[in-house]
Write a protein that binds this ligand. Structure first.
Ligand SMILES: [Zn+2]
Length: 303
């Protein structure tokens, strides 16, 4: 009975999180982490965020444009793991390249990928802000950057680092681009006022991009909601992903393939009858800047 009550409380708390986003700022204060690259232009330097589509998987960290700069531990902890290409020069390089993992206690780990080749005699104890490497371009990386990963619950959960690191500036709402219907490998753009013929259930996607302080920054978003004729068909956030049943699921229990198709946000596999339909897209970025766009079109069902 006791464990049932506890479970109920846990479920309640998880639901609370949706209604009380201030919990996120408490997380920031609780951990007191600092950015791994020390620059007063961090808002300009972030080049990708957590939860973006990478064709067949979630981008599981933030990318910071940087080359040959010091990498600092985001907090104090213990060295958990290092993997340097020089450890085994005859082995094919891993995707993450030269990598350092730090254990911050209470199940929190941070990871630093694509480091410049260097021998780190780091010792076991790591101080807050200690230099632990140099930014580089090792592994699967096209251009110097640091891929930074933050994990909780001893690696079972990977979280959006922007929730835990000091805030960056982003005053621009996401840009909602085109709506598409996919038939096999091909797809068609649907504009408001269009008439389309459909013979079956097909996936619908939408292009959503969020720019940061620079217009050229192209980020994913934190929350998406898709409404069909006034009713929600999909509501998701990109706060964290968790490994369950041999797959990574977001907080809403969705797999990558439930959320993305061809690097676009998946509205859903929709069976639309003949008539007028409206798809409303609501997207929020990591600062709470919101964008809304509606597409109204006419369907003729041929089967
Ligand atoms: Zn990355």
């Amino acid at each position: 009975m006791k464990s049932f009550t506890l479970l109920y409380l846990l479920v309640f708390l998880i639901h609370c999180k949706e209604f009380f986003p201030s919990i996120q700022s408490q997380d920031k204060k609780h951990w007191n982490f600092t950015w791994p690259v020390h620059t007063d232009q961090i808002s300009d330097r972030v080049s990708s965020v957590f939860g973006e589509s990478r064709w067949d998987h979630f981008h599981n960290g933030v990318d910071i444009s940087s080359y040959l700069e010091k990498v600092h531990s985001i907090g104090e902890g213990k060295l958990l793991y290092t993997r340097y290409s020089s450890d085994d020069p005859f082995h094919e390089e891993w995707g993450s390249g030269d990598t350092v993992w730090i254990d911050h206690g209470k199940g929190a780990y941070s990871a630093y990928y694509h480091l410049h080749p260097s021998h780190g005699n780091l010792g076991i104890s790591i101080q807050n802000g200690q230099e632990i490497g140099i930014t580089g371009n090792t592994g699967h990386s096209s251009g110097g950057h640091l891929h930074f990963v933050l994990s909780l619950e001893y690696g079972r959960k990977i979280v959006n680092p922007l929730i835990y690191l000091p805030s960056i500036v982003d005053e621009t709402a996401p840009l909602i681009g085109g709506l598409f219907v996919h038939v096999g490998e091909s797809y068609t753009n649907i504009n408001s006022g269009d008439s389309i013929s459909l013979s079956d259930t097909f996936p619908f996607t939408v292009l959503i991009q969020d720019s940061g302080v620079r217009k050229s920054q192209r980020f994913g978003v934190q929350n998406v909601q898709f409404n069909l004729n006034g009713k929600p068909v999909q509501k998701s956030n990109f706060n964290s992903i968790q490994f369950e049943n041999e797959d990574w699921l977001n907080e809403n229990g969705f797999k990558f393939n439930d959320l993305f198709l061809r690097d676009r946000y998946l509205v859903g596999n929709l069976a639309l009858p003949s008539g007028e339909h409206t798809i409303e897209v609501v997207a929020t970025d990591f600062h709470g800047n919101m964008a809304v766009k509606s597409f109204t079109f006419y369907v003729t069902r041929t089967k």
